[in-house]
Design a protein around this ligand. Structure first.
Ligand code: SIN
Length: 292
């Protein structure tokens, strides 16, 4: 089943079915076993499905860490996280873990796209659910094309010329919030997180050519040539607008679910509503290119 809407494009896929889960973005892919070597045409069509629906989901998968890596590698080079150490055997895989007795903020519990403190932020991430709580722990995704397209022409024109400053200082700097949170993750705070990177506020997607908002609740700290105090009202407005309910989908995880999001056109938000229960996910990140 396919549905034409501002958030989805229709393509005929050769080896699987696709079912959108909301009008804004997000679709479940049925009929692909990610643990197996995939035919070239299946990989090609999965890439098309990612561009069409921005985030694609798979159910009832059973993946070893190596199989998760092998699947993800078909879409680009994998990278290690700058501040979260990967697992012993697979440095490209980070474990996102919150134990039942942890009370603090969770990892990813702010609207963001991944690693935009880097000059060339990720193309996308592949997240695999190892253990999920009996309720809660859903992940929300928001379509940043539609977020941009629904702004007034005056605002779009202004944003088209604006550059944002991104840094990983908030979570990963010497006084970062990872010091008090995420005690079961292997995080290394560092002076390196103080480095600043510039990105356009409106990004042109390198594959679809479509423009989208490219701001970040974790890493964007201000606009270029503006103070933080001057920047914050506009940044707050944009983050609120970019995550309006109508632009989102919400994914309910089960053990063995996989989400693969396009980090260039989507923000995501991990809900922290499962205190008292354990949640364990494995994430692989695919390298991207310099935003323009
Ligand atoms: C992340 O931000 O990559 C984490 C998402 C999640 O745990 O749902």
């Amino acid at each position: 089943m396919t549905t034409e809407s501002p958030g989805h494009r229709n393509t005929a896929y050769r080896n699987f079915e696709v079912a959108p889960i909301s009008g804004a973005l997000g679709a479940e892919v049925q009929g692909v076993d990610l643990s197996q070597k995939l035919a070239d045409e299946t990989v090609e069509d999965l890439r098309a499905a990612l561009l069409d629906h921005l985030v694609i989901f798979f159910r009832e998968q059973s993946l070893t860490p190596q199989q998760q890596i092998d699947f993800s590698r078909q879409f680009g080079e994998l990278e290690e996280h700058d501040f979260v150490k990967g697992t012993e055997e697979h440095p490209e895989i980070i474990r996102i873990l919150k134990e039942a007795d942890e009370k603090g903020m969770n990892f990813g519990g702010v609207w963001h796209s991944d690693v935009t403190h880097q000059k060339s932020p990720a193309l996308g991430s592949v997240l695999y659910a190892v253990e999920v709580p009996p309720f809660g722990g859903d992940t929300l995704f928001a379509n940043q094309y539609v977020a941009y397209e629904t702004l007034s022409s005056g605002m779009r024109e202004m944003l088209d010329g604006l550059t944002a400053i991104h840094t990983a200082e908030g979570p990963f700097g010497p006084h970062g919030r990872s010091l008090t949170n995420w005690r079961n993750m292997d995080v290394e705070t560092s002076e390196k997180a103080l480095e600043q990177t510039e990105h356009p506020v409106v990004r042109t997607h390198p594959e679809t050519g479509r423009k989208g908002l490219f701001i970040n609740g974790t890493f964007t700290v201000r606009f270029k040539n503006m103070t933080r105090r001057e920047s914050m009202p506009l940044l707050r407005f944009l983050l609120k607008h970019a995550s309006r309910e109508a632009f989102t989908c919400r994914f309910r995880w089960a053990r063995g679910s996989v989400a693969f999001w396009d980090n260039r056109s989507v923000m995501h938000y991990a809900l922290n509503d499962y205190t008292g229960h354990r949640r364990e996910m494995l994430r692989v990140t695919i390298s991207g290119d310099r935003p323009y």
